[in-house]
Ligand binder design. Structure first.
Ligand SMILES: Cc1cc2nc3c(=O)[nH]c(=O)nc-3n(C[C@H](O)[C@H](O)[C@H](O)COP(=O)(O)OP(=O)(O)OC[C@H]3O[C@@H](n4cnc5c(N)ncnc54)[C@H](O)[C@@H]3O)c2cc1C
Length: 413
């Protein structure tokens, strides 16, 4: 049965930009039947439902709405099965990404959606937000690394979307629409991921740069190698200093992984293009330390009350945009292989923010990696998406949640 615990005020982490309103109740289901029972009741009573992982979504996706039913997945936190023949891992939605990571790596496999350690994001939250982490350009996102989901909605009950086998190509791939839906289309109760072989060697290279142009001429040389690094991030001094102490105006954080010979060769080629005498290289135990530092960079900036807004630009527009940010004294982190970037500011921008106008003019996207949640830019996103897009999304929504109880006022609804 569903265990109802005391109603807590302001459950939300105080560092997060959006605070909870007081919910009607918080429940802690232990299985999919508990979730179904709660949804059927909420649908009958027309009570809003907010699913919640570890509450780390910076866009306010899991913020409790007044008088809503919050479904907290902390008790559904088990790894269900690791199948080393079909190379898939099945987990409950409350499983922490970092537990997934250690289970997978401990068994000699690899899951490219990295965890960001200090906020303990969960599988359900990662699916709700279509989480990617820093290796997106090479390995894509949660959507494309998920084979199958079990999802509950008040109309169809418990539904399985996707399959275990890699070759499963016919028909609509509905799970693609559900992952990234921010709790608006149903509640995930099981997720199955595709695994990869564990890379033999991993290196992090940190290179100093004194100007945006200097970095982009390095990037042109890097691109001539016709390979993807696992991550190639370019950031301003303040952001780099959340990772390690540096003096240069800008730094590049480069993650390379693969067979030992391949990594060694790529490393030498990168060092030829950058200032090799000032490069810092982290491998073995030093790699783990530096990798963890990179993962906790976001939470360190949050402790300084910096709001990391995210946008994406076509890569050719990035140099001029970064110079514009420089002129405004905004700190940034650019994922240089895909154009996704974080712009750090001390306030949550309004929908008419100048940056959004530039991004849209340059045919960029207002969401790079953090979904819309309840952010003010959601309004602008809806205007720019157009009536047909919103109508199409609305008809999908109505077919699974006719009373609009699931995660109200997130994404397009
Ligand atoms: C420091 C920091 C760094 C970050 N870096 C990145 C990054 O590099 N790339 C990136 O993509 N994102 C990043 N994020 C955002 C990240 O995607 C989310 O914070 C994370 O995935 C949410 O996980 P969570 O368990 O905390 O979920 P929550 O915040 O609790 O929920 C997130 C969303 O998923 C929904 N949800 C939760 N559980 C379920 C469920 N079982 N069924 C259906 N919906 C559910 C919620 O309603 C909400 O809309 C970062 C966040 C922080 C705080």
């Amino acid at each position: 049965m569903v265990e109802t615990e005391k109603i807590e005020k302001n459950l939300f982490d105080k560092n997060m930009p959006f605070n909870d309103e007081t919910p009607y109740s918080v429940i802690y289901p232990e299985n999919n039947k508990d979730v179904l029972e709660a949804l059927l009741w909420a649908n009958k009573e027309k009570i809003k439902v907010i699913p919640r992982g570890s509450m780390s979504s910076l866009s306010g996706g899991s913020k409790a709405v007044k008088d809503s039913l919050v479904i907290d997945f902390s008790k559904m936190n088990k790894i269900i099965e690791m199948d080393t023949h079909d190379l898939v891992l099945t987990v409950e939605p409350g499983t922490k990404l970092k537990d997934i990571y250690s289970e997978v790596e401990g068994s000699g496999f690899y899951f490219p959606i990295d965890s960001f350690s200090s906020y303990n994001g969960t599988a359900g939250g990662a699916a709700g937000e279509n989480y990617q982490g820093m290796r997106f350009a090479k390995y894509s996102d949660t959507r494309l690394n998920t084979m199958q989901i079990e999802v509950v909605n008040p109309v169809h009950g418990i539904v399985t979307l996707g399959g275990k086998t890699v070759k499963n190509v016919s028909g609509y791939d509905a799970k693609i629409a559900w992952i990234g839906s921010e709790g608006t289309l149903g509640i995930f109760t099981k997720l199955m991921y595709k695994l990869l072989p564990l890379p033999e060697k991993r290196s992090i290279i940190i290179l100093p740069f004194e100007s945006v142009d200097e970095f982009f001429s390095f990037k042109r040389e890097f691109d001539s190698l016709k390979v993807f690094a696992s991550a190639l991030d370019f950031m301003s001094n303040k952001i780099a200093n959340y990772i390690l102490k540096v003096d240069s105006k800008y730094s590049a954080f480069i993650l390379i992984e693969g067979r030992e010979l391949e990594v060694e060769r790529l490393k030498q080629e990168i060092l030829k293009f950058g200032k090799s005498s000032e490069a810092q290289i982290f491998e073995g135990k030093d790699f783990t330390f530096m990798y963890e530092n990179r993962l906790s960079m976001g939470s360190r900036s949050l402790n300084d009350k910096l709001f990391a807004d995210d946008v994406t630009l076509p890569i050719k527009s990035c140099p001029s945009f970064l110079k514009y940010l420089e002129g405004k004294n905004y700190d940034f982190l650019l994922h240089a292989q895909d154009g996704g970037m974080l712009v750090f500011r001390e306030r949550i921008p309004l929908a008419n923010d100048e940056i959004y106008k530039i991004v849209l003019d340059q045919k960029g996207s207002l969401i790079a990696e953090r979904q819309l949640g309840i952010q003010p830019k959601r309004k602008l996103f809806l205007e720019k998406s157009g009536k047909v897009y919103v109508e199409l999304m609305n008809s999908l929504k109505k077919s699974v949640d006719p009373n609009f109880i699931l995660s109200p006022d997130r994404y397009v609804f």
